[in-house]
Design a protein around this ligand. Structure first.
Ligand SMILES: *Cc1c(COP(=O)(O)O)cnc(C)c1O
Length: 541
């Protein structure tokens, strides 16, 4: 069924002829562009299918022998793939950084795929390369606010790059630290530089044991990938404890000095501009001072929080970001661009030259090919989506969205605070917050008991939180994520908390109230709730 002939004629048709208006694929296309919410609600049917069941649909490791008709295949996709996808547009899915997209991205993505430009070199991207450079310049301007003359000189300069466009925050962080590494261990008399000679030679030349990167424990796991990929080793990621959720500048200075005294070089301090787990912002201005004192690179990972710079009211929360040597921003998070749009920005446009590569057939010296300074090779025209979003929303449009998300997070925090059986763990700096469910009486008990009793009770509450989170997810109406943190009240040991990201502009106050009510019902229906309440009753105080 659905098998097509193996003929060149058939294949040519697949290349050149659009599907008939009544075909399945054309119908899907029409439905998507008419009303994507309706499409998702009809086709993404969160049936209680376990992952193992879904895997059975993707179990065959053999390449199909014969071609299939496009319409037959489209049908299969609807059944097997779309039906069991996650509805990221749902206003009650507030557990992740991936949310609904504005409509215009659908036709635009078709334009992007249709043109199929490759940004690695000008020869396959002509207008897209200047566009990408402009986008990098706009974001550079947002962070560093340099003069018009500065941008005139550097925006399209073959010898400079204001940043590197890439697929996401992970690659952006790796790129930034790659540049930092090649600068710190660069060529000098008697040494060809780490890029040429390698790390072992660099350590010998500089007479050091290790090269390290410092951040707080709330640093994103991509930093651990970065030190691994760059050859520094995961043990050289110095992640300091952060009971207040941020990197303490004094502790950072002390830890940095100690590291250097032990015969190591500190490559970089990474300040986070909106941690992934709680949305806290490290004290960037103070950390810039510390980096200066330690003589190392200062990188700010603002993958999530960078877009806060659009808001006049809240941009101060990232104060000091303009002092960073490099900054990571993800457009596919709070800029509502489809997945696959990250940027590493460099304060000094010369810095990208530390990783410049040339090849004979492309990326020739003096060319404006962006591929010369990016980690990735072939890349699509995602910058167009950022370019369009920047124009269609404008700074003031983004400002409105950012302000609303933060206000909504504050309102939800209030709701949690007022509810007797919920405890706010971290209040929102940006649009993230964490909390947990716990019988009111037990919250008082926890304040009075000794450390070991408290740890025991907290472990039971952890189990309750995990159980509620899983039940809620499985019920399929809403989704809140969970994580483990050192909390301000419980600095010594991690506790499990619900984590909420208020990114979706469509999430309403009522949605939030319903999510909390569902969690309360689930929690109070567990046997664990009864025993926890009894624990509080036994409390002698
Ligand atoms: C999301 C995120 C990253 C990773 O970005 P990807 O686009 O998922 O690769 C890095 N750092 C922070 C703070 C993030 O929020």
């Amino acid at each position: 069924m659905g098998e097509a002939q193996v003929s060149l004629e058939h294949l040519f048709r697949v290349f050149t002829k659009p599907e008939h208006k009544d075909s399945k694929l054309a119908q899907i296309e029409q439905h998507l562009s008419d009303n994507i919410l309706d499409f998702l609600s009809q086709h993404v049917v969160t049936k209680k299918t376990s992952l193992e069941e879904v895997e059975k649909d993707f179990a065959n490791a053999k390449v199909p022998e014969s071609p299939e008709f496009v319409s037959t295949h489209a049908e299969t996709l609807l059944d097997k793939l779309v039906a069991h996808s996650v509805n990221t547009y749902s206003p009650t899915f507030i557990g992740h950084m991936t949310s609904a997209l504005p409509y215009f991205h659908l036709p635009l993505s078709k334009l992007m795929v249709g043109l199929n430009q490759n940004l690695v070199k000008i020869e396959t991207s002509k207008a897209f390369t200047p566009l990408e450079r402009q986008v990098l310049g706009m974001l550079h301007n947002l962070v560093y606010d340099r003069s018009e003359a500065f941008y005139e000189q550097h925006l399209h300069s073959a010898q400079h790059a204001l940043g590197a466009f890439c697929s996401g925050g992970t690659i952006a962080n790796i790129t930034a630290l790659w540049v930092a590494r090649n600068k710190l261990l660069g060529p000098q008399p008697g040494f060809a530089g780490v890029a040429k000679a390698g790390l072992a030679a660099a350590y010998r030349f500089h007479n050091i044991n290790h090269l390290g990167v410092m951040c707080s424990k709330r640093g994103h796991y991509s930093l651990s990938k970065a030190v691994d990929a760059l050859g520094l080793g995961r043990e050289q990621l110095i992640a300091l404890p952060a009971p207040q959720q941020t990197l303490d500048p004094e502790k950072a200075l002390r830890a940095g000095k100690r590291y250097q005294e032990e015969g190591n070089k500190l490559l970089a301090i990474v300040g986070v501009g909106g941690t992934t787990e709680t949305g806290h912002v490290d004290p960037l201005d103070e950390l810039a001072d510390v980096a200066e004192q330690l003589g190392c690179w200062f990188h700010v990972d603002a993958a999530w929080g960078g877009a806060t710079l659009f808001s006049s009211q809240y941009r101060d929360r990232l104060k000091g970001i303009e002092r960073a040597d490099s900054v990571t921003i993800d457009a596919h998070k709070q800029m509502y661009v489809p997945m696959g749009a990250g940027m590493a920005l460099f304060k000094d446009p010369e810095n990208a030259n530390a990783v410049r590569h040339h090849a004979q057939y492309i990326l020739r010296a003096g060319s404006k090919d962006l591929g010369a300074t990016t980690l990735e090779g072939s890349r699509n025209g995602m910058a167009m989506m950022v370019y369009s979003a920047l124009h269609i929303f404008g700074r003031r449009g983004y400002e409105l969205l950012i302000d609303r998300s933060i206000q909504k997070a504050k309102a939800f925090a209030d709701m949690i605070d007022k509810h007797p059986d919920f405890e706010l763990t971290t209040s929102p700096t940006l649009s993230l917050l964490t909390y947990r469910v716990c019988p009111q009486a037990l919250q008082h008990t926890l304040k009075q008991v000794d450390d070991s009793t408290r740890d025991e009770i907290n472990e039971k509450i952890d189990t309750l939180v995990v159980s509620v989170q899983k039940q809620q997810r499985e019920a399929g109406k809403s989704f809140v994520s969970r994580t483990r943190l050192e909390a301000p009240d419980y600095p010594a040991k991690c506790i499990t908390v619900f984590r909420v990201v208020l990114a979706n502009p469509l999430t309403s106050h009522n949605d939030l109230a319903a999510i909390l009510a569902e969690q309360h019902l689930l929690a109070t229906s567990t046997p664990l709730w009864q025993s926890l309440s009894q624990l509080a009753a036994q409390d002698p105080a």
